[in-house]
Write a protein that binds this ligand. Structure first.
Ligand code: OGA
Ligand code: MN
Length: 295
Protein backbone atom coordinates (compact mmCIF):
# COMPACT_ATOMS: atom_id res chain seq x y z
CA UNK A 1 0.00 0.00 0.00
CA UNK A 2 0.88 3.64 -0.24
CA UNK A 3 2.98 4.69 2.73
CA UNK A 4 1.64 7.65 4.65
CA UNK A 5 4.41 10.22 5.03
CA UNK A 6 4.52 12.46 8.04
CA UNK A 7 6.50 15.62 7.82
CA UNK A 8 9.05 16.47 10.43
CA UNK A 9 7.84 19.73 11.95
CA UNK A 10 11.12 20.63 13.62
CA UNK A 11 11.86 20.92 17.32
CA UNK A 12 10.13 24.26 17.82
CA UNK A 13 6.73 22.85 16.92
CA UNK A 14 6.90 20.02 19.44
CA UNK A 15 5.14 20.11 22.83
CA UNK A 16 8.42 19.19 24.58
CA UNK A 17 12.08 20.02 24.40
CA UNK A 18 14.34 17.92 22.12
CA UNK A 19 18.07 17.79 22.77
CA UNK A 20 19.85 15.71 20.10
CA UNK A 21 22.63 13.47 21.41
CA UNK A 22 25.62 14.48 19.33
CA UNK A 23 26.31 12.19 16.39
CA UNK A 24 23.98 9.49 17.71
CA UNK A 25 20.55 8.29 16.54
CA UNK A 26 19.07 9.50 19.83
CA UNK A 27 17.65 12.60 21.51
CA UNK A 28 16.84 13.51 25.07
CA UNK A 29 13.28 14.69 25.68
CA UNK A 30 12.65 17.17 28.47
CA UNK A 31 9.54 18.85 29.79
CA UNK A 32 7.19 15.86 30.04
CA UNK A 33 5.99 14.03 33.14
CA UNK A 34 5.09 10.63 31.69
CA UNK A 35 3.24 9.57 34.86
CA UNK A 36 0.47 12.07 34.00
CA UNK A 37 -2.12 11.50 31.26
CA UNK A 38 -0.80 12.90 27.97
CA UNK A 39 -2.70 14.53 25.16
CA UNK A 40 -2.93 12.46 21.94
CA UNK A 41 -1.06 15.32 20.25
CA UNK A 42 1.90 14.60 22.54
CA UNK A 43 1.87 10.90 21.55
CA UNK A 44 1.73 11.89 17.89
CA UNK A 45 4.60 14.31 18.36
CA UNK A 46 6.70 11.63 20.08
CA UNK A 47 6.08 9.20 17.21
CA UNK A 48 7.00 11.93 14.75
CA UNK A 49 10.19 12.68 16.66
CA UNK A 50 11.14 8.99 16.40
CA UNK A 51 11.29 9.31 12.63
CA UNK A 52 14.24 11.69 13.09
CA UNK A 53 15.70 10.33 16.34
CA UNK A 54 14.85 6.61 16.62
CA UNK A 55 15.79 6.45 20.32
CA UNK A 56 14.14 8.89 22.74
CA UNK A 57 15.66 9.24 26.21
CA UNK A 58 13.84 10.56 29.29
CA UNK A 59 15.36 10.99 32.74
CA UNK A 60 13.79 11.33 36.17
CA UNK A 61 10.50 9.58 35.45
CA UNK A 62 8.63 7.71 38.17
CA UNK A 63 5.93 5.35 36.92
CA UNK A 64 4.64 2.32 38.79
CA UNK A 65 3.34 -0.59 36.72
CA UNK A 66 -0.17 0.88 36.45
CA UNK A 67 1.11 4.28 35.34
CA UNK A 68 3.59 2.68 32.92
CA UNK A 69 0.77 0.57 31.49
CA UNK A 70 -1.39 3.68 31.08
CA UNK A 71 1.41 5.62 29.41
CA UNK A 72 2.43 2.88 26.99
CA UNK A 73 -1.16 2.02 26.01
CA UNK A 74 -1.45 5.56 24.68
CA UNK A 75 0.71 4.53 21.71
CA UNK A 76 -1.41 1.51 20.78
CA UNK A 77 -1.86 -2.16 21.61
CA UNK A 78 0.78 -4.06 23.58
CA UNK A 79 2.39 -7.30 22.45
CA UNK A 80 2.53 -9.88 25.24
CA UNK A 81 6.00 -11.32 25.80
CA UNK A 82 6.62 -14.70 24.20
CA UNK A 83 8.03 -16.01 27.50
CA UNK A 84 5.17 -16.20 30.02
CA UNK A 85 7.47 -16.17 33.03
CA UNK A 86 8.47 -12.58 32.25
CA UNK A 87 4.92 -11.23 32.01
CA UNK A 88 3.63 -8.85 34.67
CA UNK A 89 0.84 -10.70 36.49
CA UNK A 90 -1.58 -7.78 36.60
CA UNK A 91 -0.67 -6.28 33.20
CA UNK A 92 0.25 -9.14 30.83
CA UNK A 93 1.11 -6.57 28.14
CA UNK A 94 4.06 -5.54 30.30
CA UNK A 95 7.05 -7.75 31.01
CA UNK A 96 9.87 -7.66 33.51
CA UNK A 97 13.42 -7.30 32.34
CA UNK A 98 15.07 -8.32 35.56
CA UNK A 99 17.84 -10.45 36.95
CA UNK A 100 16.15 -10.72 40.35
CA UNK A 101 14.07 -13.85 41.02
CA UNK A 102 10.89 -13.78 43.14
CA UNK A 103 12.86 -15.07 46.17
CA UNK A 104 15.18 -12.08 45.85
CA UNK A 105 18.15 -14.03 44.49
CA UNK A 106 20.08 -12.54 41.57
CA UNK A 107 20.17 -14.63 38.39
CA UNK A 108 23.71 -14.35 37.05
CA UNK A 109 22.53 -15.25 33.54
CA UNK A 110 21.03 -11.73 33.52
CA UNK A 111 24.41 -10.34 32.49
CA UNK A 112 24.34 -12.27 29.21
CA UNK A 113 20.64 -12.17 28.40
CA UNK A 114 19.79 -10.44 25.10
CA UNK A 115 23.35 -9.29 24.51
CA UNK A 116 23.37 -10.01 20.78
CA UNK A 117 21.96 -7.52 18.28
CA UNK A 118 18.27 -7.88 17.56
CA UNK A 119 15.02 -6.14 16.88
CA UNK A 120 12.32 -7.35 19.26
CA UNK A 121 9.81 -9.64 17.58
CA UNK A 122 11.47 -9.69 14.15
CA UNK A 123 10.50 -13.40 14.21
CA UNK A 124 6.80 -12.46 14.05
CA UNK A 125 4.85 -11.98 10.84
CA UNK A 126 3.95 -8.39 11.73
CA UNK A 127 6.82 -7.15 13.89
CA UNK A 128 6.13 -4.62 16.63
CA UNK A 129 6.65 -0.91 16.12
CA UNK A 130 8.03 0.47 19.40
CA UNK A 131 10.02 -0.77 22.37
CA UNK A 132 9.76 1.00 25.73
CA UNK A 133 11.84 0.40 28.86
CA UNK A 134 11.57 2.05 32.28
CA UNK A 135 14.39 1.45 34.76
CA UNK A 136 13.91 0.92 38.52
CA UNK A 137 17.25 -0.52 39.64
CA UNK A 138 20.41 -0.38 37.58
CA UNK A 139 24.09 -1.33 37.97
CA UNK A 140 26.42 1.61 38.64
CA UNK A 141 28.68 0.72 35.73
CA UNK A 142 28.06 -1.38 32.64
CA UNK A 143 24.66 -2.93 32.02
CA UNK A 144 23.85 -0.37 29.32
CA UNK A 145 21.74 -0.88 26.23
CA UNK A 146 23.26 -0.29 22.78
CA UNK A 147 21.40 0.88 19.65
CA UNK A 148 22.18 1.12 15.93
CA UNK A 149 20.11 3.03 13.35
CA UNK A 150 19.61 0.52 10.52
CA UNK A 151 18.49 3.24 8.09
CA UNK A 152 21.90 4.87 8.46
CA UNK A 153 23.50 1.41 8.31
CA UNK A 154 21.82 0.76 4.94
CA UNK A 155 23.02 4.13 3.65
CA UNK A 156 26.61 3.22 4.56
CA UNK A 157 26.60 0.05 2.41
CA UNK A 158 28.17 0.03 -1.06
CA UNK A 159 25.57 0.74 -3.78
CA UNK A 160 26.08 -2.68 -5.42
CA UNK A 161 25.41 -4.46 -2.13
CA UNK A 162 22.37 -2.22 -1.51
CA UNK A 163 20.96 -3.28 -4.87
CA UNK A 164 21.63 -6.97 -4.21
CA UNK A 165 20.06 -6.80 -0.75
CA UNK A 166 16.92 -5.18 -2.10
CA UNK A 167 16.09 -8.42 -3.90
CA UNK A 168 16.76 -10.66 -0.88
CA UNK A 169 14.28 -12.02 1.63
CA UNK A 170 15.40 -12.90 5.16
CA UNK A 171 14.10 -15.85 7.16
CA UNK A 172 13.61 -15.07 10.86
CA UNK A 173 12.95 -17.48 13.71
CA UNK A 174 13.26 -16.92 17.45
CA UNK A 175 16.92 -17.21 18.41
CA UNK A 176 17.86 -19.06 15.20
CA UNK A 177 20.44 -16.53 13.95
CA UNK A 178 24.21 -16.86 14.40
CA UNK A 179 24.00 -14.90 17.66
CA UNK A 180 20.87 -16.65 18.86
CA UNK A 181 22.43 -18.83 21.53
CA UNK A 182 23.42 -15.74 23.54
CA UNK A 183 19.76 -14.81 23.63
CA UNK A 184 17.50 -16.25 26.30
CA UNK A 185 16.29 -18.98 23.99
CA UNK A 186 14.15 -20.78 26.52
CA UNK A 187 10.98 -21.37 24.56
CA UNK A 188 8.95 -24.37 25.63
CA UNK A 189 8.69 -27.24 23.13
CA UNK A 190 5.14 -26.21 22.38
CA UNK A 191 6.26 -22.65 21.70
CA UNK A 192 9.03 -23.95 19.43
CA UNK A 193 6.40 -25.86 17.46
CA UNK A 194 4.60 -22.60 16.97
CA UNK A 195 7.74 -20.83 15.88
CA UNK A 196 8.22 -21.23 12.19
CA UNK A 197 10.24 -19.12 9.83
CA UNK A 198 8.75 -15.78 8.94
CA UNK A 199 9.88 -13.93 5.86
CA UNK A 200 10.87 -10.26 5.78
CA UNK A 201 12.54 -8.36 2.98
CA UNK A 202 16.21 -7.76 3.82
CA UNK A 203 15.53 -4.11 3.06
CA UNK A 204 12.30 -2.62 4.37
CA UNK A 205 10.92 0.88 4.01
CA UNK A 206 9.94 2.94 7.01
CA UNK A 207 6.19 3.60 6.77
CA UNK A 208 6.53 7.19 8.04
CA UNK A 209 9.65 8.37 6.24
CA UNK A 210 9.94 6.00 3.26
CA UNK A 211 13.57 5.50 4.25
CA UNK A 212 15.28 2.21 3.37
CA UNK A 213 16.23 0.08 6.36
CA UNK A 214 18.52 -2.92 6.61
CA UNK A 215 16.14 -5.36 8.31
CA UNK A 216 18.57 -8.13 9.30
CA UNK A 217 19.78 -9.06 12.76
CA UNK A 218 22.18 -11.67 14.09
CA UNK A 219 19.80 -13.06 16.72
CA UNK A 220 16.77 -14.05 14.65
CA UNK A 221 17.82 -13.85 10.95
CA UNK A 222 19.28 -17.24 10.00
CA UNK A 223 18.84 -17.57 6.24
CA UNK A 224 18.04 -15.79 3.01
CA UNK A 225 15.56 -17.33 0.58
CA UNK A 226 17.38 -19.22 -2.19
CA UNK A 227 20.76 -19.05 -0.43
CA UNK A 228 22.43 -21.93 1.41
CA UNK A 229 22.88 -21.90 5.18
CA UNK A 230 26.64 -21.22 5.17
CA UNK A 231 26.44 -18.28 2.76
CA UNK A 232 23.41 -16.94 4.60
CA UNK A 233 25.14 -16.94 7.98
CA UNK A 234 28.25 -15.39 6.44
CA UNK A 235 26.13 -12.59 4.95
CA UNK A 236 24.26 -11.96 8.21
CA UNK A 237 27.58 -11.70 10.07
CA UNK A 238 29.06 -9.49 7.37
CA UNK A 239 26.09 -7.12 7.37
CA UNK A 240 26.15 -6.87 11.16
CA UNK A 241 29.87 -6.09 11.12
CA UNK A 242 29.18 -3.25 8.65
CA UNK A 243 26.17 -1.96 10.56
CA UNK A 244 27.75 -1.94 13.99
CA UNK A 245 30.39 0.76 13.61
CA UNK A 246 31.54 1.78 17.10
CA UNK A 247 30.93 5.49 16.36
CA UNK A 248 27.38 4.77 15.22
CA UNK A 249 26.33 3.08 18.47
CA UNK A 250 24.15 4.96 20.92
CA UNK A 251 25.06 3.48 24.29
CA UNK A 252 22.61 4.19 27.05
CA UNK A 253 23.97 4.05 30.58
CA UNK A 254 20.94 3.48 32.78
CA UNK A 255 19.96 5.46 35.86
CA UNK A 256 16.83 4.63 37.87
CA UNK A 257 13.94 6.69 36.52
CA UNK A 258 15.12 6.53 32.91
CA UNK A 259 12.63 5.78 30.16
CA UNK A 260 13.68 4.81 26.64
CA UNK A 261 11.38 4.64 23.64
CA UNK A 262 12.79 3.28 20.41
CA UNK A 263 11.60 2.49 16.92
CA UNK A 264 11.79 -1.30 16.50
CA UNK A 265 11.35 -0.93 12.73
CA UNK A 266 14.47 1.12 12.12
CA UNK A 267 16.91 0.04 14.85
CA UNK A 268 18.61 -2.98 16.35
CA UNK A 269 19.73 -3.10 19.95
CA UNK A 270 21.38 -5.33 22.50
CA UNK A 271 22.15 -5.46 26.18
CA UNK A 272 25.73 -4.46 26.88
CA UNK A 273 26.20 -6.97 29.69
CA UNK A 274 29.49 -6.17 31.37
CA UNK A 275 28.35 -5.51 34.93
CA UNK A 276 28.86 -7.15 38.31
CA UNK A 277 26.74 -10.33 38.05
CA UNK A 278 25.33 -9.73 41.53
CA UNK A 279 24.20 -6.15 40.81
CA UNK A 280 20.42 -5.81 40.57
CA UNK A 281 18.98 -4.67 37.23
CA UNK A 282 15.20 -4.26 37.15
CA UNK A 283 13.14 -2.67 34.38
CA UNK A 284 9.64 -2.85 33.02
CA UNK A 285 9.14 -3.26 29.30
CA UNK A 286 6.32 -2.66 26.89
CA UNK A 287 6.34 -3.63 23.23
CA UNK A 288 3.90 -1.65 21.09
CA UNK A 289 2.34 -3.87 18.45
CA UNK A 290 0.87 -1.33 16.10
CA UNK A 291 0.68 2.38 16.72
CA UNK A 292 -2.87 3.64 17.09
CA UNK A 293 -3.28 6.88 18.98
CA UNK A 294 -6.87 7.64 19.96
CA UNK A 295 -8.37 11.07 20.22
C1 OGA B 1 15.72 -7.70 25.56
C2 OGA B 1 16.71 -6.61 25.48
C3 OGA B 1 18.27 -5.11 26.50
C4 OGA B 1 18.92 -4.89 27.81
O1 OGA B 1 15.60 -8.32 26.64
O2 OGA B 1 15.04 -7.95 24.56
O3 OGA B 1 16.90 -6.09 24.42
O4 OGA B 1 19.65 -3.89 27.92
N1 OGA B 1 17.37 -6.21 26.57
O5 OGA B 1 18.68 -5.68 28.72
MN1 MN C 1 15.31 -6.49 23.02
Amino acid sequence: GQARRRHWLGPRNMPFNITPIDGKPAAQIKGLDLSQPLDPAVYRALVQTLSKYPVLVFHGQDLDAAAFHGFTRGFGSLQEHVLHKYRHTEFPGLSWLTNVASDGSVDEFGVRRATTWHSDGSYTAIPPTLGILHAYETPHTGGGTLFIDMGAAFDRLAPALQTRLRSLTGLHRHGAGPGGDMYDNSLSDEQKENHRDVFHPAVTQHPDTGRHILYVNETHTHKFAGMNKTDSIALVNDLLAHAVQPDAIYRHQWTPGDMLIWDERSTIHRGEGDYTPTARRIMLRAIIDQISIHE
